[in-house]
Design a binder for this molecule. Structure first.
Ligand code: NAD
Length: 350
């Protein structure tokens, strides 16, 4: 059921298959140099096995960077299941995936990602102890979104300081795309800080509720990146910064929670933002709060709140270092982030 594949860029990669439940997927451990590989499980109707494999390889590498940027003693890993989460998911299929994770004996820790729910994680936890983001249990960390939102908020203040000389959000106009788990909490923090909000979501009811709760204006989901604002906060989908949207952005700062905000080729997209004088905060640093929250569970931290607060503060210092360095070298923070985090990895690995 677990077949090891030879992939030179990763420590361990497995194809997972279970005929009885129809499970098809992959688990990739990019690196365990800093600790067990940690990263979520995603279920998606991929076009092909090749597409799923490419995704898991890319995502697990990204997790090595995200975990290192957050100063965690964790490596990078990820798992994917091929299938439509609405149609193809079953408790038996999830438990088969749980057994595959168990076979790795703690070298990989899984958690919730796209297409997964806390209930699904609980099902997986019936087969393996190496699951984080649970809602019950000794070190359960639950929904990471409030911590993710806090990290984005902290990063946004830093970005503003760099951009305008003041970190004060009062009176700042912030356009938030996506009002789900993270976007909603972020709006709450921004509203409390006196920001003037413009909100958008594909779900019109959610957008209307946010407009009411946060005294916000509403924009169309496909236009929110282009509204006149000081900050654009992508908190929905990846690839939102692309050849079409970048020339339309009017905000001077982009700071949000969405993963993989830069459309490929990422370097060129980051460069295009930089050339327009738009400060882009690298997503995997800005949104590292969620993995910090989950890490407290993986590492069985007894007194989680001060530990999480300390790690969030360190994440903010890392972002500050990246922004200072980018400004000094006249480069895009996205470019400097990778280099800074690679240095952190080397130092942490001793
Ligand atoms: P979510 O599914 O709870 O919310 C996403 C929201 O975006 C939904 O309300 C959805 O209707 C809306 N949406 C989808 N496409 C849209 C579009 N084109 N325009 C406007 N709105 C759109 O997800 P979440 O947990 O809030 O995560 C948001 C983003 O942050 C994702 O990219 C996720 O990968 C990333 N992220 C989340 C966490 C976390 O702690 N939840 C941590 C790190 C990164």
């Amino acid at each position: 059921m677990l077949t090891k594949l030879a992939v030179s860029t990763h420590e361990e990669v497995y194809r997972v298959a279970d005929a009885e439940t129809g499970l098809r997927g992959f688990i990739a451990l990019h690196s365990t140099r800093l600790g067990p590989a940690a990263g979520g499980l995603r279920m998606r109707a991929y076009d092909s096995e090749d597409a799923a494999l490419a995704d898991v390889l890319n995502l697990s590498r990204g997790m090595s960077y995200k975990n290192a940027a957050a100063g965690l003693p964790l490596g990078g890993g990820k798992a994917v299941i091929l299938g439509d989460p609405e149609r193809d998911k079953s408790p038996a299929l999830l438990r088969a995936m749980g057994r595959a994770v168990a076979r790795l004996e703690g070298r990989y820790w899984t958690a919730e990602d796209m297409g997964m729910t806390p209930a699904d994680m609980a099902e997986i936890a019936r087969e393996t102890a190496h699951v984080a983001g649970l809602e019950t249990g000794a070190h359960a960390s639950g929904d990471p979104s409030p911590v993710t939102a806090q990290g984005v908020f902290n990063a946004m203040r830093l970005g503003l300081q760099h951009r305008t000389g003041s970190a004060d959000l009062a009176g700042c106009r912030v356009a938030v795309q996506g009002l789900g788990h993270v976007g909603w909490h972020l709006c709450r923090l921004l509203h409390a800080a006196g920001a003037d909000l413009v909100v958008a979501d594909m779900n019109a009811g959610r957008a209307a509720r946010a407009a009411g709760a946060f005294d916000a204006a509403q924009a169309e989901p496909e236009e929110v990146h282009a509204v006149a604002a000081d900050v654009f906060a992508p908190c929905a989908i990846g690839g939102i910064l692309n050849a079409t949207t970048v020339p339309q952005i009017r905000a001077g700062l982009v700071a949000g929670a969405a993963n993989n905000q830069l459309a490929a080729p990422e370097r060129e997209t980051a460069q295009a933002l930089h050339a327009r004088g738009i400060l882009y905060l690298p997503d995997y640093v800005a949104n590292g709060g969620g993995i910090i929250n989950a890490a407290a569970e993986i590492l069985a931290i007894a007194d989680r709140q001060p530990w999480v607060a300390e790690k969030l503060a360190a994440l903010e210092s890392t972002m500050a270092r990246i922004l200072d360095r980018a400004a000094a070298e006249g480069l895009s923070p996205a470019e400097v982030a990778d280099r800074t985090v690679e240095e952190m990895m080397l130092k942490a690995a001793g």
